[in-house]
Design a protein around this ligand. Sequence first.
Ligand code: ATP
Length: 267
Amino acid sequence: MKIPRSHPRYESLVRRERLVRGWKEGIVVPEGFIAQGRGEAWDYLFGEETSAPGLVAERAAAARLLAASRPVISVNGNVAALAAREVVRLAKAIPARIEVNLFHRTEARVRRIVRVLERAGASEVLGIRPNARIPGLESKRALSHRDGVYGADVVLVPLEDGDRAEALTRMGKVVVSIDLNPLSRTSQRAAIPVVDELTRALPNIEKFVRELKGKPDEAARIRKSYHRNGNLAAVFSFLEWRLGQLRQGSASPAKGRPGAGKSKHRT
Ligand code: ATP
């Protein structure tokens, strides 16, 4: 389907189309549509733009990923369908390894997702023939790689489910999540919860990685000054402010909100 660029929901519709295509190609499972819908509902509230606290978390995520000795990005079907290129670009910038990890795992689907990432420019993607198990997880989600998520010190988990985020945290890993739902167990468990839409968050984090690469003192300062609870509180303050604006009729339900990304709710 050709979506006109002028459509007010253009980006959202493009994301839906990508997921549907991913489903037809056997990359996305139907449950992935439900997850996307849940995220979209939150994105309405955020005005479909990155909030100021979201940006702060993205900068902290970049600073943390740069300081990691074994950073890994975990990829599932939705992430591959929506943002394969963005994942690969970020992985190269850090540099970090990429591992495919699926809740509804079949070997064929893992192989298809690995191929999508390779086509997007990744050279070595983990996921096929896992050689370790994340303790405390019953499902196939536990399957992992010693050189990948299992052995990582910092794991970026976009669109993760709460159980796995919790299990990774229990293993002592620094979990950086990307999830539009600040109430999800993933956001609640992550050391750095990035509350933003995936296809906006990944390029933002990449931009900060590139900016901070030659500035170790600045990156260290950002790591020190970031406080997850304060940042999540700022996300909720931002939502309160948005709802207030909507109540007064001085903000559009989505897009075109004046001062996007420049709110005073910085933490
Ligand atoms: P949890 O188990 O962490 O409480 P959950 O059961 O909602 O959360 P899933 O059903 O796996 O977990 O959904 C994944 C999460 O990803 C949802 O919270 C949803 O808000 C979020 N999400 C979906 N699509 C996007 C997207 N494109 N960008 C950012 N977040 C998204």
